[in-house]
Design a protein around this ligand. Structure first.
Ligand SMILES: Cc1cc2nc3c(=O)[nH]c(=O)nc-3n(C[C@H](O)[C@H](O)[C@H](O)COP(=O)(O)OP(=O)(O)OC[C@H]3O[C@@H](n4cnc5c(N)ncnc54)[C@H](O)[C@@H]3O)c2cc1C
Length: 351
């Protein structure tokens, strides 16, 4: 089988890369082993344009939103699903200091942050002592439907192999690469945390980060907003809510922990005035890195071997944009943004 590109992984990164390549009329095969707790299969899909205690805009968010909202809408239209939904985030201040900090930022950032007048609006649903602010717009990406729907499409086009990629089978050739019976010009790894074990990419400054989430049934919570008080609470399908997450830099495995479950249940009991039932508990590891910038581009020595990775906590906003940059680089030799291009790590990659 001869194709232009071989893509490893169909999380949010591999999905977007294969989507953009398809639009550019390029031929490709995706290999994905459908790992049930890969980051994209556990994530809530939240795009929050602000971050941190100082509530500052996230990296490149204006440019990313301008690109990704129509991109998800177009993908959704092609798949016959609603791929992205605009929501606002109701941020319950956990302390009086955080309320003051938020109110200060509202004065400076008038396009995203708001201080709603009626501070009693959610009193029948939540316990909160220090009021709330609003972040608008935020978005929810419908990962639960996008990933299987795109997978189905790839399968029906004979563009997906559902199996493990086995690194020893990869060979460099004069024309590109070969893998078992596949010949391709280039191979691109979109395999999330697996790339941190890949002999060619393991020197990239990955800093893997574990996160957990509970799924709860809570029929009386409105699904209209994302709610935040220490953790994010958002509807992911009718009457089913996702609550998470924690951020662990040190961990011994990728499994759910009793500690997270207890801590989150306590939070829910003190926060919600409504009944809820915990129906599932998930954990995964984020392909995060020290710089909090993606890894995009080709190995400095093995020019036919590339990567689209390092999405950290923000795969839903970064993957569509940087998959397009990689596609434009492949098709038109357009430059990849220097802050994302792995050529910034050429020296350590050549070691
Ligand atoms: C608890 C939690 C909550 C999160 N919430 C959000 C959120 O709300 N918003 C947001 O933007 N981000 C969120 N994230 C981060 C987000 O999940 C990641 O940034 C994103 O999913 C990374 O996507 P990826 O496609 O690069 O990697 P992955 O999702 O890990 O995909 C890798 C794919 O490669 C496949 N694969 C791996 N190895 C092999 C192999 N050897 N052979 C074949 N296939 C292979 C896997 O099966 C998988 O499909 C969250 C993460 C966690 C853990």
């Amino acid at each position: 089988m001869v194709v232009e590109y071989l893509i490893i992984g169909q999380g949010i990164s591999g999905t977007w890369l294969s989507y953009h390549l398809q639009k550019a009329n390029k031929s490709f095969i995706v290999i994905d082993n459908d790992q049930p707790n890969s980051a994209s299969r556990i994530a809530a899909g939240i795009i929050n344009p602000v971050t941190g205690r100082r509530i500052v805009k996230t990296w490149m968010i204006d440019e990313l939103l301008t690109f990704l909202v129509p991109a998800y809408e177009e993908l959704g239209n092609e798949l016959g699903i609603k791929a992205i939904e605009k929501k606002s985030l109701i941020d319950f201040h956990p302390t009086p200091q955080m309320k003051i900090a938020f109110d200060e930022r509202v004065k400076e950032n008038t396009d995203l942050l708001f201080h709603p007048k009626d501070q009693r609006q959610y009193q029948n649903i939540f316990n909160y002592d220090f009021g709330f602010g609003k972040v608008d717009p935020c978005y929810i990406v419908n990962l639960k439907e996008i990933l299987p729907a795109w997978r189905k499409k790839l399968l029906s086009n004979n563009q997906l192999l559902e199996e493990d990629f086995e690194t020893p089978e990869l060979k460099q050739t004069d024309a590109g690469i070969s893998y078992k019976n596949i010949k391709a010009e280039k191979i691109i790894f979109c395999d999330g945390i697996q790339s941190s074990q890949n002999p060619l990419f393991k020197n990239l400054p990955f800093a893997l980060n574990k996160g957990e989430a509970l799924l709860i049934e809570a029929p009386d919570i409105p699904s209209t907003h994302i709610f935040k008080k220490g953790m994010m609470l958002t509807s992911i399908q009718k009457d089913l809510f996702w609550i998470g997450s924690n951020y662990l830099w040190e961990f011994s495995d990728d499994q759910p922990t009793e500690q997270f479950r207890k801590q989150t249940e306590l939070l829910l009991r003190s926060w919600l005035k409504m009944p809820f039932k915990i129906v599932d508990h998930k954990a995964s590891v984020r392909p995060a890195n020290i710089e909090r910038r993606p890894f995009v581009g080709f190995h400095p020595t093995y020019k036919n071997i590339g990567i689209l990775n390092g999405m950290g906590t923000k795969g839903c906003s970064l993957a569509p944009f940087f998959a397009k940059q990689l596609t434009d680089n492949l098709t038109n030799k357009d430059q990849i943004l220097s802050e994302a291009d792995i050529s910034r790590f050429s020296k350590i990659l050549m070691r």
